[in-house]
Design a protein around this ligand. Structure first.
Ligand SMILES: [Zn+2]
Ligand SMILES: [Zn+2]
Length: 350
């Protein structure tokens, strides 16, 4: 029997079509999840707009939540009951390389490998389809009263949890977050939870306002005030304890380094386009004991922490959701998602 399901598929640049594709059936040790909400992340947006050349057709969607619909043989129904609300970590990691065994699945030697799945008719992570077959290791349970759209943000929040851990933010420290896109705002929220004073640099007055509503203690416009001078003036000349750069701009990465103080940490959260070398004085690193690092993708542990933060409502991402569209209007959802002033746009399914 060949059952069908709906899927919002990118068929050409700037075009999403609702297609009938093969509905997967869970095999032994597998679980069928009915997807209810899927956020449109940069990967999907760039594939849609053609900036990223992915083979088309592409069934995107890697930030999603849903409910368990059916389980295959060998799955314990008490642990994975039908109707259980879940979010899914579908990024590939092998589980057996050196990095996976260190608990750093984001560094897996096969990370970034295209998601190939025997159940899929069209390639891609698949959150923009009605159903997805996964194994228990991809499943993170959510409480049944948590809105699906919050659950869909487990993945981006998990990336930020990993980043804040790289920054080793401590109670009372001065943290500078550069940029108030969705990732910058999530940094503001998580650093506030960690007990930091958060200073935000962002040119847009609307975005600065949202950051303040989410807890930023001080905000400023880096096109009007010099970032490094401003941070020094707010920290008695010391510079920041931690700086997170959430912008893709190499010149800003340089400012991030210049704004940190003795014993400070700088985290390059965003990927940098175009990637240009910046200057770092080895003597300054030596004498100030500064750490410069990066953060990419979530580990399994940070994914779990993220699902707990959302489940316990310690992070409430309401303000980060620009709009919700039913899957039938996926084209409109993508068109809004690629606009630079959008936060997350969510595609929902009944
Ligand atoms: Zn994402
Ligand atoms: Zn691995």
């Amino acid at each position: 029997m060949n059952q069908k399901m709906k899927a919002a598929v990118i068929t050409e640049v700037n075009k999403v079509e609702l297609l009938d594709v093969k509905k997967p059936t869970p095999g032994e040790g597998e679980i069928l999840v009915n997807i209810k909400a899927c956020a449109l992340c940069t990967w999907e947006q760039r594939t849609f707009s053609g900036v990223l050349k992915m083979p088309l057709p592409f069934l995107g969607g890697h930030e999603m939540s849903g409910v368990i619909e059916e389980v295959g043989e060998g799955i314990n129904l008490e642990q994975y009951p039908i109707g259980q609300k879940v979010s899914l970590r579908t990024l590939y990691s092998c589980g057996s390389c050196y990095y996976c065994r260190q608990g750093k699945e984001n560094m897996c030697i096969e990370a970034g490998k295209p998601v190939v799945d025997k159940h899929k008719e069209i390639w891609g992570p698949g959150g923009l389809g009605e159903y997805l077959v996964v194994t228990p290791k991809e499943i993170f349970k959510l409480p049944n009263d948590l809105p699906f759209e919050y659950g869909a943000l487990t993945e981006p929040l998990a990336c930020v949890v990993n980043s804040v851990e790289q920054g080793k933010v401590e109670l009372g420290e001065d943290v500078v977050v550069i940029g108030a896109g969705i990732m910058g705002l999530l940094h503001v929220m998580v650093c506030k939870l960690r007990g930091a004073r958060v200073i935000l640099s962002e040119p847009s007055v609307e975005r600065r306002k949202i950051a303040e509503e989410l807890g930023a203690d001080a905000t400023f416009d880096p096109t009007k005030e010099d970032l490094v001078e401003k941070v020094k003036s707010l920290t008695e000349g010391k510079g920041a304890n931690v700086v997170f750069n959430t912008t893709p701009i190499a010149a800003v990465a340089q400012q991030a380094i210049n704004a940190v103080g003795k014993l400070g940490r700088v985290v390059m959260y965003s990927s940098i386009h175009p990637d240009k070398p910046i200057e770092v004085s080895p003597q300054w690193l030596h004498s100030k004991q500064v750490e410069i690092t990066g953060a990419v993708s979530p580990t399994i542990k940070s994914f779990q922490t993220s699902s707990i933060l959302l489940s316990k409502r310690l992070i409430v991402p309401e303000k980060l959701i620009t709009a919700k569209y039913p899957i039938e209007e996926a084209q409109a959802a993508f068109e809004l998602a690629v606009k630079p002033d959008s936060y997350r746009v969510i595609v929902t399914q009944k």
